[in-house]
Design a protein. Structure first.
Length: 606
């Protein structure tokens, strides 16, 4: 509806100016003007027609530009992106509240005008630990109506998992159900999330009426080095680090191979803390690459374009270093179906065949795909762009930088198994086990994880539960505590298959026990007894002592397999609370939830 001289109190010139201006205003700008005019009336201000808006100082009556950014993060990626969005908003003059979902007071939700959620999906479609309380509140009957709220969601996930970005999708749907208005569409990010996240932030800023030039996702450099400068190296610009040592920790006769890898960070300015992870960009197995090239009839030396910047590489190098070929995903098969000459793959990805698709994807790779379906005549330039970029592998750091300055250590178990009549192997773990030696280099970066950190007070008791390679960060914890002279008690629960061949870092634990850095240690070697005994069984055997440590304020840390170990450990903790503290089942759940909110119960599980 246009303003006319006949239907408004404005003259012709004013009406024309307003008709040009009003259609260009965003909702936030219209609200601001409404508040501005309210302030004029409330103050009784008689501003002249040519006075600038800034002369009115009764800003308390003006609706402020505010934004609340909440993150749910297990490894720190979502938290890092939330910080970057907050910085972008603050630089453009908005009043920003940044908080983890576990720290956000839910009774403040009704007061929020603009809500931005950055959240990952963990495990089989589950919220990260620090998102769980807010997630459960929002999906409960206690959640308020939110008609006055505007929101947008950035979801992080991995398309190789069945429930891709499920937590973000759930938040997006639930906020809409509660009456909130979507400011911008949800964006779902795969493991290579930089471009998608930057586009989402640009859309958010644009919707809020902000300029959108130079919206970028710089790498997270983490804490500055001792000289006060941050590192130039990050996930998008990895450091070529020299390998100093690569040892097998398992004894002769073990059916496991666990590598202890020491890596130099000299010259990188990269900094880390206990609880952080090392990201490594691996290479695919040369044999698998050769078999894939042969199956497709490609020329290994043919040049192909790798990215939008026009960088080129041979087919051989591209498949070795740049593309993931050991995992199949639904989006990949949907794209591949467009390249096949037959109908079978098209039928597999069609609606109604979800279970067949899920069964096919499991334990198959790209070589299986091109052998099972007709791709004759499809060129490398046509096929490679549908592949996912090679994602980095994250490993819990098993060293303290205070104990080994300029170095970082990781503990990696080689993954080998047979499926579909062919041997399979973990891309990075087997590269480390078979093809990386002292003097070689690896492209690495530090993934900071603020959600898995030692207590600020070094006198706080610490309970660590980490079977197998899950013990890695606790080697870092104890190395750090030794260096700083921490006085707090420490208790380690560790387990593996056999005492004689699989007791990782045995000599170091014994030394720390003797020195008092490690107060006590309970071990479980599951294959050394008729009945399999795991760490959770040792916890239950020591339930009285463990509960007493909790009463003394101990922090609990769990690292390792999420699907079974972490679940069993959690159940053991609930049982101990019920058994030793006379908690009801609901009270025990509430107690552990409160511990998570207080950062007294932290998990690094995968």
């Amino acid at each position: 509806m246009e303003l006319q001289v006949t239907n408004s109190p404005f003259n012709q010139e004013q009406a024309e100016l307003l008709n040009r201006l009003l259609p260009t205003l965003t909702e936030v700008q219209r609200i601001w003007l409404s508040g501005y005019f309210s302030a004029l009336n409330a103050a009784g201000t008689q501003a002249s027609s040519n006075a600038p808006l800034a002369v009115v100082t009764t800003s308390s009556a003006v609706v402020p530009k505010e934004a609340t950014v909440l993150f749910g993060s297990q490894t720190g990626k979502s938290q890092g992106l939330a910080k970057k969005l907050s910085k972008q908003l603050e630089e453009r003059g908005l009043n920003v509240t940044l908080s983890s979902m576990s720290d956000f007071k839910t009774n403040n939700l009704k007061k929020v005008q603009n809500l931005f959620i950055v959240v990952s999906t963990h495990g089989e479609g589950e919220p990260p630990d620090n998102a769980l309380p807010f997630y459960e509140f929002l999906h409960s009957k206690r959640a308020p109506k939110l008609e006055g709220l505007s929101f947008s969601v950035l979801a992080l996930g991995d398309t190789s998992y069945e429930f891709f970005c499920k937590t973000g999708k759930d938040f997006d749907q639930r906020l809409e159900e509660l009456g909130a208005k979507r400011l911008t569409d949800r964006v779902d990010c795969d493991v290579d999330f930089d471009e998608a996240a930057a586009e989402w932030m640009k859309n958010v800023l644009s919707t809020l009426g902000q300029t959108t030039d130079a919206v970028s996702i710089p790498g997270d450099s983490g804490p500055a080095a001792e000289n006060g400068t941050a590192s130039d190296y990050s996930r998008t610009n990895p450091f070529q680090a020299e390998v100093l040592e690569n040892l097998n920790l398992n004894g002769r006769g073990s059916d496991r191979e666990t590598r202890h890898v020491e890596i130099s960070l000299d010259g990188s300015n990269l900094q880390y803390e206990p609880g952080d992870c090392l990201g490594i960009y691996p290479e695919n197995h040369p044999q698998l690459v050769s078999e894939l090239i042969a199956a497709m009839g490609w020329n290994a030396n043919e040049l192909v374009t790798l990215n939008k910047q026009g960088d080129k590489s041979t087919v051989q190098e591209a498949l070795l270093r740049h593309y993931e070929i050991t995992v199949l995903t639904k989006p990949l098969l949907e794209q591949a179906a467009k390249l096949t000459s037959g109908s079978a793959l098209k039928e597999l990805v069609a609606p109604g065949h979800e279970q067949d698709l899920k069964a096919y994807i499991k334990e198959r790779d790209v070589l299986d795909l091109v052998q099972d379906y007709p791709f004759g005549g499809v060129t490398a330039s046509e096929f490679l762009p549908i592949l996912r970029k090679m994602p980095a592998r994250l490993y819990s750091i098993s060293s303290s930088s205070k104990a080994v300055p300029g170095e970082v250590h990781i503990t990696v178990r080689a993954v080998r198994y047979e499926a579909q009549g062919r041997e399979r192997y973990g891309v990075c773990s087997v590269q480390l086990a078979e093809r990386i030696h002292a003097g070689d280099t690896l492209p690495v970066y530090i993934q900071h994880n603020p959600n898995f950190k030692l207590p600020e007070n070094p006198d706080t008791p610490v309970i660590m539960i980490g079977p197998g390679t899950g013990v890695a960060p606790f080697r870092a914890f104890l190395g750090e505590r030794e260096e700083i002279g921490a006085e707090g008690k420490t208790w380690l629960f560790y387990g593996d298959q056999h005492f004689t061949t699989d007791f990782l870092y045995q000599i170091e634990w014994q030394r720390w026990l003797k020195a008092g850095v490690l107060t006590r240690m309970d071990v479980a070697f599951s294959r050394d007894t008729d009945k399999k005994v795991y760490v959770q069984h040792r916890m239950l055997e020591k339930s009285k002592e463990l509960y007493q440590w909790l009463l003394e304020g101990a922090h609990i840390y769990v690292c390792g397999d999420e699907k079974k170990m972490a679940h069993d450990v959690h159940e053991a903790l609930l049982t101990i609370l019920e058994q030793e503290g006379s908690f009801s089942s609901d009270e025990a759940v509430e107690y552990l939830t409160r511990m998570q909110q207080q950062k007294r119960y932290q998990r690094d599980v995968y």
